[in-house]
Each structure stands twice: as structure tokens, then as C-alpha cells.
Write a protein that binds this ligand. Structure first.
Ligand SMILES: NC(=O)c1ccc[n+]([C@@H]2O[C@H](COP(=O)([O-])OP(=O)(O)OC[C@H]3O[C@@H](n4cnc5c(N)ncnc54)[C@H](OP(=O)(O)O)[C@@H]3O)[C@@H](O)[C@H]2O)c1
Length: 341
């Protein structure tokens, strides 16, 4: 399977490492023999139809700042769109930064990949939060697959748990902690009796929060994930405009003290019922969602199986790359099934 990697950052590099270091095992267990034929970063591209040397690409990025500096196969200034349109491959792995206002550049990359008959695996929430219903239609129209399990829960299979493990059941509602940064901040405020600002600074120092924490603390990251879940799992045709969003900036030490008196804590909860909401809520300390630190947790309430909760880390390069691998194997399986029909 020929793969184009658009983005050579934490997730892109982690994915390439996994498929390189586990090459033999992946071939034996899944008949999966990936060939990374192109990589793109902001400064250009590197192309080789026989497959790129990943160790060399990791070295080049580290030493020269861009893979396009490769003497033999490098193409400085070649854009991702040019690569997607001109290079032959089965799958595009789209791992560029998330932008939930414009969804770009990921949205254009995904659309162009579909137009040129390529399947897409992405970990980028932006295009999905803004246009998932349209993108799934476009993928169907072009007879290709779009997969995105790394967008919710990183390596924790939150989407597959609902889609595959609860297959056949009807999911009536969802409640969950979908953002590790805010969960870390609220956990620290609860444990240490500190203010939001002190906890945020600690999270930034440890690398759990960005210098500009808006996406996380104002609830947009959780809302984007909620939209993906509502579309994919519950077939609701919604976008981020349909979510009522409230972040955690106004949660005070006093609010947490009050909650403690009732054996409760405060968490940023995303919920899907008749409406989609992200808001800080009091929950019992004995609720399965009362997880600490940077964990994510989601409770599905389904018609027959009842309540099921899945818990795991919601970020990390290798973790997210493992979701990309799962998605590609899923596409491979779907293609094989189609050929048997
Ligand atoms: N890291 C995680 O734990 C995690 C978890 C879940 C989801 N995600 C999502 O996965 C995506 C990738 O995350 P990451 O941590 O790998 O980000 P990252 O380390 O910042 O890497 C982003 C990569 O995209 C490249 N890029 C940026 N703009 C581009 C453009 N216009 N054309 C081509 N390439 C471009 C960057 O190029 P340069 O190297 O030249 O700057 C970089 O290589 C994001 O959408 C993120 O939200 C990440």
C-alpha cells in the first residue's frame, strides 16, 4: 500500500516509526506492506516511488528542519496539493495542525485526495468539526474511505468502541471527558485547592497546555470531538455551530469546595442527548467519569448493553499514530471485503 504523509511532525513521524520498526510483524499478521512514497512539510516535499528511507527522513528533519533538503529526492517549495494531485498512492495520511475556524489546510488536502481517488486517514479535527457530513458524502461519491479515529481520544479507541464493539446496539446518549488539558487543570484545582490561573500555568509548564490555551480551556477542542462522535456514531448531521459551549475559566476554588461537600467534583463534560453541550458539571466522585489527570473518559448509554465507559490517554504521538495504523488496516480490510463481493 502506497502512502503519502502530509505533515512530518509528532504524529507523522511516530506513524512512520511504527510501520518501519514493526515492518515484519505487520506483514506477517496483517499482510500489510506499507510504502511511504511521499512526505510533505511546510517547506516542501520528498518523493520516492520505491519508498522513502525513514531513518534518513527523521535525521534530515532534525538536522536541516525540512525533509525537502534531501539531496536525491527532495523538492523544496513543492506544496502538499501538488503532491496529492501528482503522486500515485492509495492513502493520504493527513496530519497537519488543527484549525477549527477555517479547517485549512487540512480541508483542501482531504477534498483533493478524494478527487484524485485516494483514501484519507486524518487526526486533524478541524475539517471534521466544520464539514464532516459533507466530507463523508464526498468520500462516498468518490468511492473512497475517510477514517479519523485519532481525532477523538488519540490512541484510546473511543470511536471504534461505539462503532464496532457496540455494533448493532442503539446508542441513546453520550457523556464524556474529551479534553485531557482541562481535566488535568480541574484535577489539580480539586486536589491542591489552587485557582484556575495557577493550575493553568502548571499545566503549561508541564507541556499539557499550549501557550494559547483557548482551544482547550474554552471548550472548543471538546466540542469538535463531540461533533465527530455525533456524526459518526449517532448519525446526527451536525457541525460545531450546533454545540452549546462553555469552558472552565469561570470554575473557582469555591465551586470545587462546594462540590466536595457533596462528595462530587467538577469536570468539563461533553454530552449528546437531544442537544450537544460542552460545560463544566458537578459529577459524583464515584462516577466512572471521575478520572484524574490528563485522562479522557466516555460513557455510552445504549438501548440493550446499558452503560459502558472507556477510559484512556487522550494525546501522545505514538498513541495517536497507533490510531492511524488501525484506520489504515480498517481501510485495507474494507477494500479486501469489497473485492470478495
Ligand atoms: N500530538 C498529539 O498528541 C495529537 C493527538 C490527537 C490529534 N492530534 C492532531 O494531529 C495533527 C498533527 O499533530 P502533531 O502533533 O503531529 O502536529 P505537529 O507536530 O505540529 O506537526 C504538524 C506537521 O504539519 C506540517 N504542516 C503544517 N502546515 C502545513 C501545510 N500547509 N502543508 C503541509 N504540511 C504542513 C508541519 O510542517 P513543519 O514541520 O514544516 O512545521 C508539521 O510537520 C493535528 O491536527 C493535531 O491536532 C495530535
Amino acid at each position: 500500500m502506497r502512502i503519502i504523509l502530509v505533515g512530518w511532525g509528532v504524529v507523522g513521524q511516530s506513524f512512520a516509526k511504527i510501520v518501519t520498526y514493526r515492518k515484519k510483524e505487520l506483514a506477517e499478521m496483517y499482510g500489510f506492506c506499507p510504502r511511504i512514497v511521499a512526505i510533505v512539510d511546510q517547506k516542501g516535499a520528498v518523493l520516492n516511488t520505491k519508498g522513502l528511507d525513514i531513518e534518513q527522513m527523521l535525521f534530515l528533519k532534525n538536522e536541516k528542519g525540512t525533509i525537502s533538503a534531501c539531496n536525491k529526492d527532495g523538492h523544496p517549495y513543492m506544496s502538499a496539493l501538488e503532491v496529492i494531485e501528482s503522486v500515485e498512492a492509495e492513502v493520504i495520511v493527513e496530519v497537519t495542525p488543527t484549525n477549527i475556524e477555517t479547517a485549512e489546510p487540512g480541508l483542501s488536502y482531504i477534498k483533493n485526495a478524494f478527487r484524485t481517488g485516494k483514501h484519507v486517514v486524518t487526526t486533524n479535527k478541524g475539517p471534521l468539526a466544520l464539514a464532516l457530513p459533507a466530507l463523508t458524502e464526498l468520500a462516498d461519491h468518490n468511492n473512497v474511505y475517510l477514517r479519523f479515529s485519532g481525532t477523538v481520544g488519540a490512541g484510546t479507541p473511543i470511536l471504534e468502541f461505539a462503532k464496532k464493539c457496540l455494533q448493532g446496539d442503539k446508542i441513546n446518549s453520550v457523556r464524556g471527558i474529551l479534553n485531557g488539558t482541562t481535566n488535568y487543570i480541574l484535577s489539580e484545582m480539586d486536589k491542591k485547592n489552587i485557582t484556575f490561573n495557577v493550575a493553568l500555568k502548571a499545566a503549561q509548564k508541564l507541556g499539557f497546555a499550549e501557550a494559547d490555551p483557548t482551544m482547550d480551556v474554552d471548550g472548543y477542542d471538546a466540542a469538535a470531538k463531540l461533533v465527530i462522535m455525533a456524526n459518526w456514531i449517532m448519525e446526527k448531521k451536525v457541525t460545531i455551530k450546533d454545540v452549546k459551549i462553555e469552558g472552565i475559566r469561570d470554575v473557582s476554588s469555591k465551586d470545587l469546595e462546594e462540590a466536595k461537600k457533596k462528595d462530587c467534583t467538577i469536570k468539563l463534560i461533553g454530552s449528546i442527548n437531544e442537544n450537544l453541550k460542552v460545560e463544566p458539571m458537578q459529577i459524583s466522585k464515584h462516577d466512572p467519569l471521575a478520572v484524574d489527570g490528563a485522562l479522557n473518559a466516555v460513557t455510552y448509554v445504549s438501548e440493550s448493553a446499558g452503560e459502558q465507559t472507556i477510559i484512556g490517554l487522550g494525546a501522545g504521538g505514538m498513541e495517536t499514530a497507533s490510531a492511524v495504523l488501525r484506520d489504515i488496516l480498517d481501510i485495507k480490510q474494507n477494500i479486501a471485503n469489497k473485492m470478495m463481493e
